[in-house]
Ligand binder design. Structure first.
Ligand code: ADP
Length: 482
């Protein structure tokens, strides 16, 4: 993929800012560590200008009908699908995931635009029967206002449309700050919005100094809502700093997903699902399985089949046909995997397969898909988010005990259970302290359903009509009548 040495990446009030003469930062291909391009390194001034543009645009954007707003979102959805292959290539180049996953992500990203194009004209209010004859009570949904959106590098396209789709549908305007590792997908999405006919100032993009951009958003009384996907640490910071202006918040933070394989599970299916859950995007997904509990009576079959499949996974450059695992995003990510592995090994875990960095002639930070057995609850990997291809497997024998273990974490994003018994599926789903439970399913994220965590995994939902509710205020109008 050939890109220009410099790419304009700041879009304010319908204008791309030239990167010439401006401070820039480099975007790298994580598979080769080659520089792909330079993007603008914006900060306070650019963010203030973007917030002003979004504040002005809000006055007209909010006045449009839902149907008028939806036309632009429909168009953007179409444009995104038409260009899915090229967008997928850009995504793989900056993020590393296998091309087929990247194209899948682009299509998934487009699906959020479609869903919220549909929802734009369905922001219903309420007419509440009054207890007094002399009154009429109405609830009118209205857009929150200017939204500050901060997105991560692991899903550079879908995390953006999942936020700006409902925000725009609701009538909000947006200032978007993508992750510094993956600004190129964000630039492409904003270009699509422009091409789809979005009015100036409705969507603004600022790349650069995360702290300066974030703080400018936080310090602005005009930014009424912060929507963020990323680490729990930064999420807590945003939450604290949102207090001064009492901003609304929608936070999708870290997770530590358990998989529980019950004795009545279909083992072939369980192996294949566990594999997809753990190694998709090389383990760099907030809903990736971080730990696996397998019932004693099926442990051997599960273990053998899993090991055989993991050993067949192909590591390499995501653009190469047949690659299952691309690089980790950076050296720090690789260190974390190594730290969790070393800690587990020191505390008595066995490395069943993998267990080392992969050196296949590429400069990126690759790690072998790794299974650990004989893991204990005190190991880091059983408690901290690994965000890499490390899969610890522990054996259990009692349903209540394994539910307790699954719940014994500060996180509460996603949990998975594999069972063929409906009654168990319902019983255990109800007892798991998680925002999302996958029953024989490890791909719960979809445009039409509410995705979100509880506990320290976040607040608010993305997807479904619930995702749009985040960007709406319910105004109550109490009318006295004669
Ligand atoms: P990760 O460690 O996975 O990169 P982060 O939470 O650090 O997760 O990053 C997620 C997003 O938050 C990125 O866009 C990043 O630039 C941004 N970010 C990081 N620190 C801050 C901050 N202090 N204020 C605002 N945004 C931040």
């Amino acid at each position: 993929m050939k890109l220009k040495s410099k790419t304009n990446s700041i879009f304010i009030d319908g204008q791309w800012r030239d990167t010439d003469g401006q401070k820039t930062s480099t975007v790298y291909n994580p598979a080769t560590l080659e520089a792909i391009t330079e993007v603008a390194y914006g900060g306070k001034a650019e963010t203030e200008a973007a917030i002003s543009a979004a504040t002005r645009a809000f006055q007209t954007w909010r006045e449009m009908t839902g149907r008028e707003r939806s036309r632009i979102l429909y168009k953007a959805h179409e444009l995104m699908l038409d260009d899915a292959e090229r967008l997928g290539e850009i995504l793989t180049t900056e993020q590393g995931k296998p091309l087929k996953e990247a194209i899948g992500e682009v299509k998934g990203a487009a699906s959020f635009l479609l869903w919220y194009a549909e929802e734009a004209s369905r922001a219903y209010g309420e007419w509440i029967p009054s207890s007094k004859k002399s009154k009429r009570l109405l609830v009118i949904p209205q857009p929150v206002g200017v939204v500050g959106a901060i997105t991560p590098w692991n899903f550079p396209a879908s995390m953006i449309t999942r936020k700006i789709g409902p925000a725009l549908a609701a009538g909000c305007t947006v200032v978007l700050k993508p992750a510094p590792e993956t600004p190129l997908s964000a630039i492409e999405i904003v270009k699509i919005m422009e091409k789809a006919g979005m009015q100036k100032g409705v969507v603004n993009l600022v790349t650069g100094d995360a702290e300066a951009i974030g703080n400018t958003m936080l310090n602005s009384k005009d930014v009424r809502l912060m929507t963020f996907t990323g680490s729990t640490e930064v999420g807590k910071y945003l939450m604290r700093e949102s207090a001064d202006h009492v901003k609304k918040l929608s936070l999708e933070l870290g997770g530590h997903a358990p998989i529980v394989v019950f004795d009545d599970a279909d083992i072939d299916k369980a192996v294949s699902l566990a594999l997809s859950s753990k190694f998709r995007n090389n383990g760099q997904t907030c809903i990736c399985a971080n730990r696996v509990y397998v019932h004693d009576s099926v442990k051997d079959a599960f273990h053998d089949k899993l090991t055989e499949k993991v050993e067949q996974l192909k590591i390499g450059d995501g653009t190469e046909e047949g690659t299952d695992l691309g690089p980790l995003i950076n050296e720090q990510a690789s260190h974390k995997v190594q730290k969790h592995l070393d800690d587990a090994a020191a505390k008595g875990a066995d490395v069943v397969c993998g267990g080392a960095k992969w050196n296949g002639g590429l400069d990126g930070h690759f790690y072998q898909p790794t299974i650990l057995s004989n893991v204990t609850d005190d190991m880091l990997v059983m408690n901290e988010e690994t965000f890499g291809p490390l899969m610890p497997v522990q054996v259990f024998s009692d349903e209540d005990a394994v539910i307790d273990k699954a719940n014994d974490t500060d996180y509460g994003l996603a949990a998975y259970i594999f069972t063929e018994k409906t009654s168990r599926a319902i019983r255990v789903s109800e007892k798991l302290d998680y925002g999302i439970v996958g029953v024989n399913d490890v791909f719960p994220a979809t445009a039409e359903a509410p995705f979100g965590g509880i506990k320290q995994s976040g607040v608010g939902k993305e997807g479904g009509h619930h995702g749009m509710d985040e960007f709406l205020e319910m105004k109550y109008v109490s009318m006295g009548i004669d």
